[in-house]
Design a protein around this ligand. Structure first.
Ligand code: AMP
Length: 266
């Protein structure tokens, strides 16, 4: 596994890589099985799997959240090596933003809703870094998790809007055995919060199965000790964000009667 830390070295690796497809998985590290499912798929469907680890300051609107974000780099590299990753890109912030983030991608509709309404500028930061990473790595396929459903939709829209030659591959949400969506932030939960956390997915899934309103499930979640940021039906899914103590959790389930389109089977 090659570990590449500079833009120039990454560009050289890209020019030298020869025939065959590249599958790319952008991450912020603190890797878990959810990330690994993407990496394994990238490997299986391409000649090589490239992964980036970059905790992108431009997508954090809360400095405390950025500072608390876990960064277990050595463990991450070990996990990626074991998964058969061909190249890991670990860029430095000043190299990714040589312009100090003066130039950025802005989306003007979906990015302002749901998570975007609570995290001003978040999705512009996401789209900007994803565009840079796709231009640097030029993969045939890039893998994104449905856990971050709004992000997936926005990235897919950007790739179409700018005619990028990369196919965006959606990957199903990976969950713990108790239903909690795997997330790097789960490791920030206290033991007591971790014990409560599975109720988030359980109540969300039940609300869809029982055709409960978003207001009703919000009340049930508050009852269980969650602070609800939003619960909204969109694109055949029920999307939600809650807080448990200082930790923000997001999830979504298929089957909500979204205003925009018919429910899709999982
Ligand atoms: P992150 O490191 O949080 O930026 O995530 C990197 C990629 O992994 C994104 O495409 C996420 O949607 C995806 N991902 C994170 N958690 C999961 C999960 N539980 N299931 C599937 N994909 C995930």
């Amino acid at each position: 596994m090659r570990v590449v830390a500079t833009i120039a070295a990454l560009q050289a690796a890209r020019r030298a890589r020869g025939a065959g497809d590249t599958g790319f998985v952008p991450t912020m590290g603190a890797l878990h099985e959810g990330h690994l499912a993407l990496v394994r798929r990238a490997r299986a469907e391409n000649s090589r799997a490239w992964v980036s680890i970059f905790v992108n300051p431009a997508q954090f609107n809360d400095p405390g959240d950025l500072q608390r974000y876990p960064r277990p780099l050595e463990a991450d590299l070990e996990i990626l090596r074991a998964a058969g990753t061909d190249l890991v890109f670990l860029p430095h912030e000043q190299d990714v933003y040589p312009d100090g983030y003066r130039y950025r991608v802005a989306e003007n509709d979906l990015s302002l809703k749901f998570c975007g309404a609570r995290r001003p500028g978040h999705f512009d930061g996401v789209l900007t870094v994803v565009l840079k990473l796709l231009l640097l790595t030029r993969p045939q396929r890039a893998y994104f998790g449905e856990k971050d459903f709004q992000q997936l939709r926005l990235v897919d829209g950007m790739v179409r809007a700018f005619f990028l030659d990369t196919e965006i591959i959606p990957c199903a949400v990976m969950r713990e055995p108790d239903g909690l969506a795997m997330s790097s932030r789960n490791r920030l939960l206290t033991r007591e919060e971790r014990a409560r956390a599975p109720a988030f997915h359980r109540l969300l899934a039940r609300s869809v199965a029982e055709r409960q309103s978003t207001d009703a499930v919000a009340a049930d979640l508050e009852q269980e000790g969650f602070t609800v940021e939003y619960i909204e039906d969109h694109d055949g899914r029920r999307l939600a964000a809650v807080r448990l103590g200082t930790v923000r959790l997001i999830d979504n389930v298929v089957g909500a009667a979204g205003r925009d389109s018919a429910p899709a089977p999982e």
